[in-house]
Design a protein around this ligand. Structure first.
Ligand code: MUC
Ligand code: MG
Length: 367
């Protein structure tokens, strides 16, 4: 079970439909595949999605930090020394998706070595989650049409609407159009990616008071400390902290400071080891939790559903597990399939997935 090598491989797969939101836009999955090799010939995998506009990580930066800093710190340790590995990676501030991918590839290698699914090792609560789909910026008509398409094709009935950084009236018109088209047959919530001020956020929330929103996520920046606390104190639905809580300590700060009342857990940024910590913290504090999506490919989504299904709290709400639908292709031999609004955890040891080496050969950008 000794780790003998950690590889970081850049790849790029275009999006058929780019996703636009208040803090940025994604047109291609320019991610990093991490492969952890053991002395028994087992290979664990995971992917790191750079989000420069959120965490400041870039594809080149992820390759460098894994190859030059993280790999030398963990080669020679065994797969069961996960807390030692976590402590060594945690010495470096930031770099959340690079750390998370290394952590999850180690869990995958451990599961494959033991012949057990990672989801069972984590908690084994259930084998599937309901899926929530993210609707990126467009006109109200186009966003309603997209929700109809996703609902028809995949049976998805929960939608997260991206808002912020464009006229508030346009965003509220989108949410109103969705509610009018689908009535109470769908769940709706919004994510501002810090695009509004606290005052704009409250005005928008008041305008949408009759639209039965489930949650409001990261509407204004957490650094507007008093403004955000004021906003959250005026809301009667949970306010989800997402990019303001990349670590468990950030969760404590935001929740205890009154700047959020719910948490988005993203395995892409806290891996399995850190996401467990966030889950336990949320459970202890009695917080709502949503499994978020860092605009992951299928490998990242397999990680999110493995974790989300492992616990009662994380599987309660629909998880954001469908961004990969907008990609032109992916790396897995057996693609993930969403049916009846649900995604099942791939069966099998580790993450239950295998990388298609032909596809990796086609999309890797280092050869
Ligand atoms: C989300 O929930 O915010 C967009 C930016 C980011 O960091 O994650 C995505 C989705
Ligand atoms: Mg978000």
């Amino acid at each position: 079970m000794k780790i003998v090598a950690v590889e970081a491989i850049p790849f790029a797969i275009p999006y058929v439909k780019p996703l636009k939101f208040a803090s940025g836009e994604v047109r291609a999955a320019e991610h990093v595949l991490v492969r952890v090799h053991t002395d028994e010939g087992v290979i664990g995998v995971a992917e790191a999605p750079p989000r420069p506009f959120t965490y400041g990580e870039t594809q080149d930066g992820i390759l460098a930090v894994i190859r030059q800093i993280f790999a030398p710190q963990i080669v020679g340790l065994t797969l069961t020394e996960r807390e030692t590995i976590h402590a060594r990676l945690a010495r470096t501030v930031g770099n959340p998706t690079a750390k998370a991918a290394v952590d999850m590839a180690i869990w995958d290698a451990l599961g494959r070595t033991l012949g057990l699914p990672v989801t069972a090792l984590l908690g084994g609560y259930t084998d599937h989650m309901r899926v929530s789909h993210m609707l990126g910026f467009d006109t109200p008509e186009t966003m309603v049409a997209e929700a109809e398409r996703i609902n028809d094709l995949y049976g998805i009935t929960t939608f997260k609407v991206k808002v912020g950084r464009r006229p508030v009236s346009l965003d509220t018109a989108v949410v109103r159009a969705l509610r009018e088209r689908f009535g109470n047959s769908i769940e709706l919530y919004i994510d501002g990616n810090r695009g509004w001020t606290a005052a704009e956020s409250l005005r928008a929330m008041n305008e949408m008071a009759d639209l039965d929103l489930l949650f409001a996520e990261e509407l204004c920046p957490a650094d507007d400390v008093l403004g955000r606390r004021w906003l959250v104190s005026h809301l009667d639905i949970p306010f989800i902290a997402d990019e303001s809580v990349p670590t468990p300590a950030d969760v404590t700060r935001e929740i205890m400071g009154g700047s959020a009342t719910a948490v988005s857990i993203k395995t892409a940024r806290t891996g399995f080891t850190g996401s467990r910590r966030v889950h336990h913290l949320a459970e202890g504090l009695g917080l709502e939790v949503v499994m978020g999506n860092q605009i992951d490919g299928q490998l990242g989504t397999a990680c999110a559903v493995a974790f989300g299904s492992a616990f009662e709290l994380t599987s309660r709400r629909a998880g954001e597990l469908s961004n990969f639908l907008d990609m032109a292709d992916d790396l897995l031999i057996s693609p993930l399939r969403i049916h009846d609004g649900q995604l099942h955890v791939p069966a099998g040891p580790g993450l239950g997935i295998d990388i298609d080496t032909d596809k990796l050969g086609r999309y890797r950008t280092d050869k």
